[in-house]
Write a protein that binds this ligand. Structure first.
Ligand code: HEC
Ligand code: HEC
Length: 394
């Protein structure tokens, strides 16, 4: 071998060793500021569950026990087969894995998971309820969910749950035998409701609200579970693989996910238009824009006669932004905890996989209406894979 060839060989060996070293060096160590950011997204930072002044039995274990029974009881439906748990299945993170929920009919949006939901201020994808108990009234009287009426709820409570109910809320009044009756139901149900005296209507509404307050007390006990990411945030650097760590860095950095998915539940509990396509043509769902007037005029809201709150406890509702224009097709930011276990994604299950969701953010194409808040991310395929890997560690 000539001297020149020897030098070349030595150089090649050196370059090879350098390349190998580069490959094996692993990710940069986690910095203090990254650790602090991880802690902010972790259950370590989860404050105690705030009280719900609108619900006097919110933290009464007897109400939670009654609420759990009500949540699972299919008797509160027109065909005797639908309970809250039909769609919010405890072994599936309290959702159903379907693009649209199925009760008596098919819902217009996807079933939402319930872990930690009691911490939010607004409920449903559009936030049209301002408390967990006001939320629980909706599905019962929806024709495609329980297809039941409040008058029937009151009678079933009196027949099947009298003792636990009266222990919490005092003696039940005598109830008229109306059959299905509700101001929101079918034409005949509305006619029966209109035929009731105002005092009877109020008595039924009161029982209906108390039924929902018990369910809310139960839902308050459904807490988010610790994950690998929480162990990482607690200081176990090995809890995330190098690829997941890279995904975390993108999540809080270049991909800006943390702008909306922040805090220990990875949701800002606010409403954003992220350009998600509509499953309906023409698009009929206006998101938060369609909910503002409804929540403001809901007789079961925080300021209404069935709420236990003083007006000063209802700041969220009183200071709610009322102009619908900025909220056109804005939907509630979902929590990302456990997200890998509940495809399909988005408010009507429009996207089947997590890689599809990441691609949606990468492209950032405006949806059918409103102002989309995203810009394209220009992620490489390796970066997209790392983000998906990170989402799976949540
Ligand atoms: C037919 C399926 C179905 C049934 C039955 C059902 N839900 Fe839901 N649930 C949904 C769907 C779909 C949504 C989202 C609806 C929307 O945004 O308009 C939802 C939303 C919710 C939310 C809002 C979560 C959040 O993050 O804002 C809660 C809480 C909830 N349901 C509790 C209940 C309770 C309590 C019952 C029983 C009284 C119930 N659901 C019955 C399908 C169902
Ligand atoms: C501007 C606020 C915003 C930003 C930024 C954002 N998200 Fe979202 N995210 C939302 C909203 C709002 C939804 C629900 C949208 C809908 O259903 O119409 C959502 C939905 C999701 C879902 C589906 C969850 C489910 O249960 O359906 C995933 C996963 C997700 N985002 C991950 C990410 C990732 C990863 C990033 C960064 C690349 C990101 N998000 C950036 C607001 C945001």
């Amino acid at each position: 071998m000539t001297r020149g060839a020897k030098i070349l060989l030595a150089l090649a060996l050196l370059a090879g060793a350098g390349w190998l070293f580069w490959q094996m060096r692993g990710p940069a160590p986690v910095s203090d500021s990254e650790r602090a950011m991880a802690r902010r997204l972790s259950l370590i930072s989860l404050p105690p569950l705030p009280p719900d002044p609108s619900n006097a039995v919110a933290d009464d274990p007897r109400a939670a026990a009654l609420g759990e029974a009500l949540f699972n009881d299919t008797g509160f439906s027109s065909n005797g087969a639908v309970a809250c748990a039909t769609c919010h299945q405890p072994d599936k993170q309290f959702q159903d894995g379907l693009p649209l929920g199925r009760g008596l009919g098919t819902t217009a949006r996807r079933t939402m998971p319930l872990a930690g939901v009691a911490r939010d201020a607004w409920f449903f994808w559009d936030g049209r309820a301002d408390s967990l108990w006001a939320q629980a009234l909706g599905p019962v009287e929806s024709a495609v969910e329980h297809d039941f009426t409040r008058a029937e709820v009151a009678r079933r409570i009196a027949a099947e749950y009298r003792a636990p109910y009266e222990a919490l809320f005092g003696p039940l009044p005598d109830l008229p035998e109306t059959g299905p009756a509700s101001p929101l139901g079918s034409e005949s149900a509305r006619a029966r409701w209109a035929a009731l005296a105002p005092a009877q209507q109020q008595a039924i509404n009161r029982i209906f609200a108390n039924f929902a307050k018990s369910i809310a007390a139960y839902e308050r006990t459904i807490a988010p579970q610790e994950t690998r990411f929480d162990r990482f945030a607690a200081g176990d650097a090995g809890a995330l693989s190098p690829e997941e760590l890279r995904g975390f860095r993108l999540f809080v950095g270049k991909a800006h996910c943390v702008n909306c998915h922040n805090g220990p539940r990875m949701s800002d509990d606010f409403f954003h238009n992220t350009g998600v396509k509509s499953p309906h043509t023409p698009p009929t769902d206006h998101g938060r824009a369609g909910a503002l007037a409804r929540v403001a005029s809901d007789p079961f809201n925080c300021l209404g006669p069935y709420s236990d709150a003083a007006p000063e406890d209802c700041a969220e509702l009183r200071y709610m932004a009322r102009d619908p224009a900025p909220f056109e097709r804005a939907f509630k930011t979902p929590s990302l905890r456990g997200v890998a276990g509940r495809a399909p994604y988005m408010h009507a299950g429009q996207i089947r996989t997590l890689s599809g969701v990441v691609e949606h953010y990468n492209r950032a194409i405006p949806g059918p209406s409103g102002h989309m808040e995203l810009s394209p991310l220009n992620l490489t395929s390796g970066e997209k894979a790392a983000l998906v890997a990170f989402l799976k560690a949540l």
